[in-house]
Ligand binder design. Sequence first.
Ligand code: HEM
Ligand code: HEM
Length: 197
Amino acid sequence: MSLRNQPDSYGSVAKWLHWLTAILFWGSYISVYYRHWFTQEETPANWTALQLHLSIGVTIGVLVILRIVWRLTNPPPPVEPGTSLEHFAAHSGHLLLYLIMVITPLTGYIGTGVNTDYFFLFEIPKFESTQAFVAIVQDRMGLTFEEFEKPVDFIHKEILGQWVVWILILGHVMAALYHHYIKKDRTLLRMTVTKKS
Ligand code: HEM
Ligand code: HEM
């Protein structure tokens, strides 16, 4: 299997980055809703679930940087035949997915008032205790962390986490299934298996 993308298939690096991110997205939802639904506040389980959410989210944030660099240096295989509307929908859908992969972890990190104990291995300082917070938010915007956190949290949880991410991912999965079962083209296969059958 080639590391780089091929004319008829994504390469193994793009596939690993794609499927790892997909699993981590589910992991970030499972951890945060496990915390909400199955743990009591102020218990070790509640804290562990939160820390898993933060660690998984930070991992997505790092992976997306690698993914964007890889994508820019290694163009994807040309799209399967389709109408110009289908191509436009695919391109804009992928662009929006990249955007949420950047904005969701970013708003999560800058709006969180606790350090991330990264998979219980080492600590990542919270945004509030960084020089960037002091320089940008405190000095330039003149806001306290509490004032800054409110709108950022609202975007992270209520807009992105509860709505936009779901809609985009569900739309994306439906599009993949539409290609595979209705159009019967190689769109799903080129992100999964290597060779043309
Ligand atoms: C792509 C990555 C991420 C996704 C999809 C995501 C999604 C979510 C969702 C769905 C919620 C719950 C919304 C609700 O109240 O119903 C949430 C809450 C939260 N997220 Fe994230 N998040 C991500 C990354 C991060 C990161 C990187 C951090 C911080 C380092 C973070 C910090 C938080 C915090 C502190 C909460 C509130 C905890 C709670 O409600 O129990 N998130 N996030
Ligand atoms: C079960 C879930 C998923 C399935 C079945 C799936 C399927 C696919 C398929 C078949 C492609 C190739 C499309 C093409 O060749 O034009 C693709 C690409 C892509 N997927 Fe997914 N995907 C899933 C989850 C996700 C998630 C959770 C994300 C991120 C939030 C994501 C982001 C992307 C992006 C950005 C591309 C474009 C890759 C590129 O060309 O750079 N996918 N996906």
